[in-house]
Structure formats: structure tokens, C-alpha cells
Design a protein around this ligand. Structure first.
Ligand SMILES: Cc1cc2nc3c(=O)[nH]c(=O)nc-3n(C[C@H](O)[C@H](O)[C@H](O)COP(=O)(O)OP(=O)(O)OC[C@H]3O[C@@H](n4cnc5c(N)ncnc54)[C@H](O)[C@@H]3O)c2cc1C
Ligand code: SF4
Length: 486
């Protein structure tokens, strides 16, 4: 006989980890299914190649205009905690202008007040604090920003005082100073036996049946590490596999809404590096402890710069570009030899969600990207500003990386208009009842800031909604449940 839960959650990242942990702590029966392995601080090492192999999703690319415009490399976590296990923990609330764009995109009236109590809760859970403990590699760059009339300010992040500034955030934090949904929401509930966590358990299908005059989600089908297939029944299913995976899972499960997979946003980013005479050791710091927000809004340029950061040596070397395009041969070797002397910034540009997640006829995945001239201008301006700031700081050479995305969003848009969105204002599918989306896919328009805090706040809101159960979906609906007081 199939097992039965109140809620099955697919994916344990920023969205799924919060939803599963919150519901489990409130006494709901929850199974959390994660495609990747369960690795913890005891396993994490500063060996770049091992981490990318074991806890990252295999490297994927979005084709810009079918590849004619180049590619965007996409990085994501594939482990318990999802991308929050390998991210840099910058904690920013969305700006009210970001929310205004949501209404234009999917007809949803949503403002800062709707999320404020949920931001408060997740910030408190994560222990968000200011990082003004800057190292040399930032002090080196700061005068360059000032010379351009701009300012570097301390970021807020979910890292506690055990942060040893080792620079290893992308390989998993070895001290647990860097918070993740694994350490903050999943482990507390799992360790107390309240949450059924199943790692290395990729979900292949949401089970959907014709019931009560419509279509309803009834559970999920997953494969375990031994390759055995299992079905689980659930009163509600939350898909939170990240903006690249969630739409694929919905399509494979027969959710026919043509909006699924559309409106993918990448928040395109590139690293820009300056070479200095003195060693900077930008790989041995908390990676992003400052930012420049002067150009955050579209009318001010539409980009945010974060500093100081550098990729680990392999990532640094395989993505380096100069005026002639990707570097190779002796110039690349020479640049890599001076690794300790480079410091850099991350230049992120606002985009307009013109990408897509596509399931090909043979079932394979494809990611499309396209930039309108306004978007391309922001990307170019972000590079130009970064170069000028780094040069003004005294760099003897400036190089940069190709385009990447670490902030994919928007492929299952949340909205009140079913013609323009996939889920409603509470994340429930317009087409299939009891089916919810709880991750970055629902963000109707890409934010101008790092998105994880907003994804977690939306997830906290969805957990509350599921627990309040206004539609009477949950079998344990009579249960009196209590939210954790963060
Ligand atoms: C290098 C890097 C640095 C970043 N730094 C920051 C930062 O400083 N601040 C910030 O706000 N944001 C940052 N981000 C972005 C942020 O971490 C993500 O936006 C956020 O984690 C996305 O949340 P999510 O729930 O949508 O997906 P994820 O966190 O990616 O979680 C999705 C999970 O679902 C699992 N999954 C997928 N498909 C299935 C399936 N079929 N069955 C079971 N499980 C499945 C995946 O393995 C994954 O674990 C960074 C990202 C990267 C890559
Ligand atoms: S820099 Fe700090 S938060 Fe990042 S991995 Fe090292 S100890 Fe953890």
C-alpha cells in the first residue's frame, strides 16, 4: 500500500526547505524529497572539482537566441538545502519597485506589506546581520567606486560569527556559519523525527487524477538511490525543484498550461576582475561583504555590483575573457599564475524574463534566453561601470568572465490572470487543485536584488496558507498546529 502524508514537498532548497520545515514543526505529516545527496558540514571541503561534482547540479547553459548570441552558464545546488547550501548568503528584501513589476506581469496586486511579516520571520530564523568586517580586497576597490561618485556599503547576510572568512561558501560552509535551509529548517525538524527527509530521491512525476469534477494532485512518484520506483499519496503536493526543474516536472506530469516554462529570468551576472601589484587573496574572505546599490533601478542603470569576490582557480580560469573573447594559451596561463593578485566584483543586471524552459520532444531539457536592447544595455553598462571602478582603484589590468546566472526565476509565474500565469497568489496551480509551486519559479518578474530571502519569505507564506488549509485539503485538518516562534 502506498504511504500517505499531509504534504509532499519536492526539492529542499530556499523554497521547499522552508515549507517542509515549517509544516513539520506545526505538526503536519510531511515528506521532503530531494534529488541530491544529504551532505553536511562534516563532508564539505574546499576542493572545487569535488564540490561541483557532488553537490552542484551538473553545469547547464541557456542559449541566447538559439546560441547565436552565446550562452549563459547556470549554477545551482543539487543536495539537501538546494542552492542555499552553496550560495553566498546575501540577504536582501525585494524593493517595492520589484513588487510593482509583479502586478504588470501576472495581474497580481502584491506589495511589501504582504511579505513583511514573512521577511521578519525568515530573517530572524537565519540570524541576518551586517557584514562590515571587510578585508583588503574590498578596501582596494573602494576608492575606485568613490572616484566614480558611487559607494560600497556593507551587505546583510545569513552568516553568523563563526564565519572564518575561508571563502568556501560555494563548496558548502564547513563551519555552519553560513546558514541554509538544511541547517535552519530541515535539520531541526528532521533531527526531532518530525520530518521525513528522503535524499537521492528524484521525483519523476506528480500524480494527478480526475476528481471532484476537476484535476487534483494526489501524490508523487520518485526513484530511490537503488533505482526502485515508489509512489506516495499526499493531500497536497508542493513542487519546489528550482526555476529550471519545476516547469519540467509539471510538464512531465501533464500540467498542460502553456505558460509553464515561459518567462524565465536569469538576472544575468558576470565577474569583473582587476589585477593589483599587492596580493589581494580575494579567495580567502567571506565572498560578498559589500555592494553598490546606486544603479539598482532601471532608470538609474538597472544593475547592482557586489564586492569583493573571485571564483576558485578552475572556475576563474575556464571563464576568463578579454576584449578578444574567451582567453586561452599563454595569456590565460599568465593571468592564472597571478591568481592571488586579482580581486573582483559581481555585476548583476535587471532582466525582463524573456527566457524559457523547454522540454524537447525526446524529453530532454533546453533553456532559452533572449535580451531586448534595454536588457543588453544594462548588461553592458554593468560591465563598463565595473571596469571603470576597478581601473580607478589602480588595477593594472581588467578581465571578466562570460555571462552566468545564479538567480534563475519566473518560469511558473504567480498571478491572478490564468492566461498569463501558472499559479495563483498562494502558489496553487490554476489547472490542478492541491498542486502548489513553492520556489523561485513563481516570482513573476526577476528581482533587482539577490532573491533567496524573498523565495524563503514566499515559502513561509505558503506554509502558513497550507497549514491554515482554507480549502480543507489536509487529512489532519482538525489538528491544532503552532508556528515556531522565530
Ligand atoms: C553560487 C550561487 C550564489 C548565490 N548567492 C546568493 C546570495 O548571496 N543571496 C541570495 O539571495 N541568493 C543567492 N543565490 C541564489 C539562491 O540561492 C537561489 O535563488 C535559491 O536557492 C533558489 O531557491 P529554489 O527553492 O528555487 O531552488 P533551489 O534552492 O535550487 O532548490 C531546488 C532543489 O530541488 C531539488 N530538485 C530539483 N528537481 C527535483 C526533483 N525532480 N525531485 C527532487 N528534488 C528536486 C534540487 O536538487 C534542489 O536541491 C546564489 C546562487 C548560486 C548558485
Ligand atoms: S566564508 Fe564564512 S560563511 Fe562562507 S564558507 Fe567560509 S565560514 Fe562559511
Amino acid at each position: 500500500m502506498s504511504e500517505h502524508f499531509d504534504v509532499a514537498v519536492v526539492g529542499s532548497g530556499a523554497g521547499g526547505g522552508v515549507i517542509a520545515g515549517e509544516l513539520a514543526q506545526r505538526g503536519r505529516s510531511v515528506v521532503l524529497l530531494e534529488a541530491g545527496p544529504h551532505r553536511t558540514a562534516a563532508d564539505f571541503t574546499r576542493w572545487e572539482a569535488e564540490a561541483t561534482h557532488k553537490i552542484w547540479w551538473p553545469f547547464r547553459q541557456a542559449l541566447i537566441d538559439g546560441g547565436a548570441g552565446g550562452v549563459i552558464g547556470i549554477i545551482a545546488g543539487r543536495c539537501v538545502g538546494g542552492t542555499t547550501t552553496i550560495n553566498t548568503k546575501v540577504a536582501l528584501r525585494a524593493h517595492e519597485r520589484d513588487f510593482a513589476k509583479w502586478e504588470d506581469a501576472g495581474g497580481l496586486e502584491f506589495g511589501p506589506d504582504d511579505l513583511a511579516p514573512h521577511y521578519d520571520r525568515v530573517e530572524s530564523a537565519l540570524g541576518v546581520r551586517e557584514r562590515s568586517d571587510w578585508e583588503r580586497c574590498i578596501h582596494t576597490l573602494e576608492p575606485g567606486f568613490r572616484a566614480l561618485g558611487a559607494e560600497l556599503e556593507p551587505v546583510h547576510s545569513y552568516t553568523d560569527h563563526n564565519c572564518m572568512k575561508c571563502g568556501s561558501c560555494l563548496q558548502g560552509c564547513p563551519t555552519n556559519a553560513g546558514k541554509s535551509t538544511m541547517t535552519t529548517w530541515i535539520h531541526p525538524a528532521w533531527a526531532e523525527g518530525k520530518l521525513d527527509l528522503r535524499a537521492e530521491a528524484p521525483v519523476e512525476r506528480v500524480l494527478i487524477e480526475e476528481r471532484n469534477g476537476g484535476r487534483e494532485a494526489t501524490g508523487v512518484e520518485y526513484v530511490d538511490a537503488a533505482g526502485e520506483r515508489h509512489s506516495i499519496e499526499a493531500d497536497a503536493v508542493v513542487v519546489a525543484g528550482g526555476a529550471l526543474n519545476t516547469p519540467q516536472l509539471l510538464i512531465h506530469s501533464g500540467v498542460g498550461n502553456p505558460q509553464v516554462g515561459r518567462n524565465l529570468g536569469g538576472h544575468p551576472v558576470r565577474l569583473v576582475y582587476g589585477l593589483f601589484d599587492e596580493p589581494q587573496d580575494a579567495h580567502m574572505v567571506y565572498p560578498i561583504s559589500s555592494h553598490c546599490m546606486e544603479h539598482q533601478h532601471d532608470e538609474d542603470g538597472g544593475f547592482v555590483i557586489e564586492a569583493a569576490t573571485i571564483q576558485d582557480p578552475i572556475g576563474f580560469a575556464i571563464t576568463l575573457e578579454d576584449e578578444n573573447g574567451p582567453m586561452w594559451g599563454e595569456p590565460l596561463v599568465e593571468a592564472a599564475r597571478q591568481y592571488r593578485h586579482w580581486t573582483g566584483v559581481l555585476a548583476m543586471a535587471n532582466d525582463e524574463n524573456n527566457g524559457a524552459v523547454v522540454v524537447e520532444e525526446d524529453g530532454g531539457e533546453r533553456f532559452d534566453a533572449h535580451f531586448e536592447p534595454s536588457e543588453q544595455k544594462r548588461i553592458d553598462d554593468a560591465l563598463d561601470f565595473s571596469r571603470r571602478a576597478i581601473e580607478a582603484a589602480g588595477a593594472t589590468r581588467v578581465l571578466w568572465s562570460g555571462l552566468a546566472s545564479t538567480h534563475v526565476q519566473g518560469s511558473c509565474r504567480m498571478g491572478s490572470d490564468p492566461e498569463r500565469s501558472v499559479v495563483d497568489g498562494h502558489g496553487e496551480s490554476h489547472d490542478v487543485k492541491r498542486l502548489f509551486v513553492g520556489d523561485s519559479s513563481v516570482i513573476p518578474r526577476t528581482l533587482s536584488v539577490n532573491p533567496s530571502l524573498t523565495i524563503m519569505a514566499l515559502a513561509d507564506r505558503l506554509a502558513q496558507h497550507l497549514d491554515e488549509d482554507p480549502n480543507g485539503y489536509l487529512e489532519s485538518r482538525g489538528a491544532k498546529t503552532t508556528a515556531v516562534a522565530w
